[in-house]
Design a binder for this molecule. Structure first.
Ligand code: SF4
Length: 321
């Protein structure tokens, strides 16, 4: 465990449930605990429905929690009110997966980026706001003249750059990057990851970087957290996770990443995951991965594995580890 003084975000026993139908409860995030150090990137990975996006959104207070706590600089995010809450909404920003859906098509790019500056009254002169927006456009690799255009005039990668500029406008220290590259072509994905990495170094930002696979995450993450059906199944330093994965689910996700060398790719043993992800409304007793795991035993069907320390800063939830 790291020194708590280094934490920007600390999450303890967080649960986020949603009501479905008359009696159902969808356990999107089900008792997760982790931390993010100041200035680091925590990659959060898992298939659709694993709870990663809900977790990210609950961490910055976009969703209420069901139980547990999210501490930001030691303060409970869900208890913040008034000025404290306002400051938090400035310090903690989010970049969405689909920039087109998250950017108002009726507004000029300049006004989209300036929205946060105006609402937080960071700059009061319109001339200075214009200068700041021009500076932000250049920072994210766009021409200043693009400020007077509308979102539909841009490609997916450019729109994501606009989304990043909007997040940066209020000078945040923490950004939840909610699948920012999932909708983009592979070549553009690398550009956005490189841009986020560069901005992190320049501005000392802290990221929670959410993705559905492990391919790009390794280029930006200091540590990676793998989620499955609302639970953390593995969390450790990025190098350790990619070189010495322990959980069968992590191994399967890693084996699905294409290797650019055709010979190596051909010889690679791909771990197939049979079966469907169970419903988070009615997760199985015991290990939630049991129906897709080739190592499942009776114990796995009866007892839920706890997240336990198996090496330096390396936590895994599996009876086999
Ligand atoms: Fe597989 Fe059992 Fe480990 Fe779950 S606890 S991942 S079923 S071996």
């Amino acid at each position: 465990m790291a020194d708590r003084a280094e934490y920007l975000l600390e999450v303890n026993g967080l649960k986020k449930y949603f009501k479905v139908g008359k009696k159902g409860t969808l356990k999107a995030v089900d008792d997760v605990s982790f931390y993010i150090r100041k200035g680091e990137t925590l990659g959060v990975v898992g298939e659709s429905g694993c709870g990663k996006t809900t977790c990210g959104r609950t961490c910055i207070g976009l969703y209420d929690k069901t139980a547990g706590e999210v501490l930001y600089r030691g303060k409970d995010v869900h208890q913040m009110r008034g000025e404290e809450r306002k400051q938090f909404t400035k310090m903690a920003q989010i970049i969405f997966q689909d920039p087109y859906a998250s950017l108002d098509p009726k507004m000029k790019v300049r006004d989209i980026i300036a929205e946060g500056i105006r609402s937080h009254q960071l700059i009061n002169s319109e001339e200075k706001i214009r200068e700041r927006v021009d500076e932000l456009l250049v920072t994210v690799g766009l021409d200043q003249e693009y400020g007077d255009r509308y979102v539909h005039e841009f490609s997916g990668g450019q729109r994501q750059r606009i989304g990043i500029a909007r997040a940066l406008a209020v000078e945040p220290e923490f950004i939840v990057c909610d699948e920012p590259i999932s909708a983009l072509d592979v070549s553009i994905q690398a550009q956005i990851v490189n841009l986020l990495g560069k901005l992190q170094k320049e501005k000392g930002l802290t990221y929670m970087f959410i993705a559905h696979d492990l391919s790009m995450v390794k280029y930006i993450s200091d540590r990676v957290m793998v989620m499955y059906l609302g639970k953390i199944v593995e969390i450790t330093a990025s190098g350790q996770l990619y070189n010495h994965p322990a959980h069968p689910y992590t191994k399967a996700l890693l084996s699905a990443i294409p290797i650019p060398d055709p010979k190596v790719e051909e010889e690679k043993v791909r771990i197939r995951m049979e079966g469907e992800i169970p419903s988070p409304v009615d997760p199985p007793k015991g290990c939630r991965f049991q129906n897709r795991c080739q190592y499942a035993t009776e114990k796995c069907r009866m007892e839920e594995p706890e997240l336990k320390l198996i090496g330096k800063d390396h936590y895994v939830a599996c009876h086999m580890c």
